[in-house]
Write a protein that binds this ligand. Structure first.
Ligand code: UD1
Ligand code: BG6
Length: 678
């Protein structure tokens, strides 16, 4: 959803055109999250003039075009350079108010752009604040919740200067006071005409990172942090970046500070100072000065190549094809081959101290949304089998709607690629309040879910940019299968089964490599289905999840109606839909449900169903009904890992259908990668 980016060059001369390019490129790196409008703010030619704000509906390229059109019309000099300059930028996903320039960010305090704000998240008490500000003479132009923030900053600034009469209030004091009044989750960057070349970043709930790029040897030796007692004399050249997303930083620097909730990060004179917001609404903070904190920078473990498409046309295509590698990375260091007298085993570093508690729990509850929910559903049978503990499934929003029971004796497992999904996060808060042991399974180190769970496993699938999740899905299943093995422990009764699964995990990347060879076959199938209105997918057992996930992929990106159906429910309704024209995919790979699926195929065929059957290699004759059905043959693996193989042709089918139908495969209509609002 919304994305934040800011660029501050300190003691290094940069032309206005360069600054704009850095801001636009930052926004391009955030595009994948989903957005409907965008905006930037840069400085005018003189500090006595208000900062410039450009906002546009549509994609980044529309914003770029409109900025250059305005530049032409106003004779703004693109070659003018700044030794120090602070620019901010934003991609917006409409929540409060339609996509429109006036609702895009930066939002402003009013005509003189005294304060400008870019915001991710939601201010839940904005109505009350708005009414108060209106009573104080402010007028509002947008429908957003955000607009109260810059206006409140102006109110605080004007009032403190009126009271003290000496203009001594600092930028961070203004922001601290604003924060005292805000409720909800947010990440914010403030820019102000009164504090030129400074930026303030703060957050509560939503992610925000500071990236630091030293431009000389000298600057890397000097301290980045301002010290209260010894104000910085730092004249070394440095570039500072702020973003809600590591993807936008990694091409500039790997040195980052993960900003924590309640921190107010002030970028000024090439240095950084951090104040901790105490959140005490009772105290008036303008004149108080909270203690400053210093923190160590961390190093982003991300390669620039991860966020580029390489030789692929689309991110989704790249991410489908890199699954052999992402699965290898997911398992790296976690599978132990065993030796002559040692058993093969699994080691999940993040869980080893918690396994005893998990084994003692009364139930395991999987909680997630979308693809992450489907991955948990795929792993549920093996977890039940190996752990002997009942496993229940919860869609995060539904758990919250029902306020379903969660107990101290439960282990709640939160599955989320981004680690940011609002519904899943709220369900996590709920489970924490109810005293459950909370385990995270996420792809994003440092995400809210990774930080707020008691323990967990990073799936290490690498950055996933396509909105439709592909490689994260297969890595999530593998992690959950490893979780089942870890919880199941070393019971002798399970040993042969465990070893077979571990052997299969070692070979799984090769099997996925094999199944990827079906690419052309899936493209041909997509050509046949291009004009269809609807596509059903029937699965059961381990592959009920495959039917749900395959159909989710098709509907998300190719905008074709598709429904995943539990084959056991076929006779209880869906059979009514079957006719000669509706295409139906039946997943009938070889496992304990195979004969039941054969019978499903027979019944659908008897009603003249138009069948496409996915079967294990060698089973084509047994399922094709003498050539009446089209067959997709896939390599056979251990039953519990078969969903990892089976989903791949369906991902390819969804991808090709989308490209052939001419839709945007990486940013499907109306969808966002990280859904950070309820
Ligand atoms: C960790 C290191 C990895 C290193 C490996 C071997 C990190 C992020 N990972 O991986 O670089 O190669 O040791 O020494 O430094 N956690 C949660 N919730 C979540 C996800 C994770 O609380 O949703 C916690 C885990 O309980 C653990 C920590 O985060 O304490 C790291 O988890 P993970 O990366 O999965 O651990 P390792 O595989 O041991
Ligand atoms: C969104 C995405 O709806 O959130 C889906 O578009 C995703 O692809 C879902 O599955 C859940 O996201 P996450 O990050 O919690 O796994």
């Amino acid at each position: 959803m919304c994305g934040i980016f800011a660029y501050l060059n300190c003691n290094v001369r940069r032309e206005r055109s360069y600054i704009l390019q850095v801001l636009f490129n930052g926004l391009r790196r955030l595009e994948y999250r989903g957005y409907d409008s965008a905006g930037v703010s840069i400085d005018s030619s003189s500090v006595s003039l208000p900062p410039l704000v450009f906002r546009q509906v549509g994609n980044i390229e529309s914003l770029v075009k409109s900025v250059y059109q305005e530049v032409d019309a106003t004779d703004l000099n693109l070659e003018e350079s700044f030794v120090t300059h602070a620019g901010i930028a934003h991609t917006r996903w409409a929540t409060h108010g339609e996509p429109a320039p006036r609702n895009s960010h930066p939002q402003s305090s009013g005509a003189g752009n005294d304060f400008l704000v870019v915001h991710n998240g939601v201010v839940t008490n904005y109505e009350v604040l708005k009414q108060t500000l209106i009573r104080h003479g402010f007028t509002f132009e947008s429908d957003t919740d955000t607009e109260v923030i810059p206006k409140l900053a102006k109110y605080v600034f004007d009032k403190s200067n009126e009271e003290s009469g000496d203009m001594t209030v600092t930028f961070s004091q203004v922001v601290l006071e604003v924060m005292r009044h805000l409720e909800g989750a947010y990440a914010l960057i403030f820019k102000s005409r009164h504090y030129p070349n400074e930026l303030i970043a703060c957050k509560r709930g939503s992610p925000l990172l500071l990236g630091v790029k030293e431009l000389t040897e000298e600057s890397s030796k000097g301290s980045l942090f301002h010290d209260d007692k010894y104000p910085s004399q730092n004249g070394n050249p440095r570039e500072l970046f702020l973003s809600s997303d590591a993807n936008a930083l990694v091409e500039h620097t790997r040195k980052v500070l993960v900003i924590e909730d309640g921190e107010v990060v002030h970028l000024k004179d090439g240095g950084v100072s951090i104040l901790k917001f105490d959140g005490d609404k009772g105290k008036r903070g303008v004149l108080s000065r909270p203690a400053s904190v210093q923190r160590a920078l961390s190093v982003l473990e991300m390669e620039v190549e991860q966020i580029n498409k390489g030789s692929y046309e689309h991110y989704m295509q790249k991410e489908i094809h890199e699954q052999p590698e992402s699965l290898t990375t997911t398992m790296r260091g976690r599978l132990i081959r065993g030796g002559t007298c040692k058993a093969k085993t699994v080691l999940l570093g993040g869980l080893k101290d918690h396994l005893k508690t998990i084994r003692r729990s009364r139930r395991i509850v999987f909680i997630g949304c979308g693809t992450s929910y489907n991955a948990a559903l795929a792993a549920r049978p093996i977890l039940e089998e190996l752990s002997g503990i009942p496993v229940t499934m919860e869609i995060a929003s539904d758990l919250l709607d029902r306020q379903g029971p969660i107990y101290r004796e439960d282990t709640a497992v939160f599955v989320s690629q981004s680690g940011e999904t609002a519904d899943t996060l709220h369900a996590l808060e709920y489970a924490l309040q109810n005293g459950a042991l909370c385990v995270g399974i996420t792809n994003t180190v440092g995400s809210a879910i990774a930080r707020n769970t008691h323990c967990g496993v990073h799936i290490n699938a690498g950055a996933e940019i396509g909105v439709a999740s592909t490689k994260a899905y297969t890595s999530q299943i593998v992690v959950m299968a490893m979780l089942a093995l870890a919880i199941g422990g070393d019971a002798i009764s399970n040993q042969a089964r465990r070893e077979a699964i571990i052997d299969c995990l070692f070979d799984l990347p090769n099997k996925v490599r094999e199944v990827l060879k079906l690419d052309q076959e899936m493209k041909d199938l997509a050509k046949l289905l291009i004009a269809e209105q609807s596509l059903l997918m029937f699965g059961r057992g381990y592959n009920y999840a495959t039917a749900l996930e395959g159909s989710l992929k098709v509907k998300e990106v190719s905008l074709m109606h598709s429904e995943g159906i539990l084959a056991g429910e076929m006779k209880h309704g869906p059979l009514a839909l079957v006719d000669e024209s509706l295409p139906i995919v039946v997943i009938a790979t070889h496992d304990a449900c195979f004969s039941k699926q054969q019978s499903v195929i027979q019944q659908l065929h008897a009603r003249k169903g138009r069948l496409i059957v996915m079967c294990s290699r060698g089973d084509a004759a047994a399922v094709s009904l003498g050539g009446a059905c089209r067959v997709i043959e896939v390599p056979q693996v251990e039953d519990c890992l078969q969903p990892v193989v089976n989903i791949v042709p369906l991902q390819l089918l969804a991808y090709h259908l989308t490209v052939l139908r001419g839709y945007n495969v990486d940013q499907p209509r109306n969808l966002a990668k990280s859904v950070t609002t309820e």
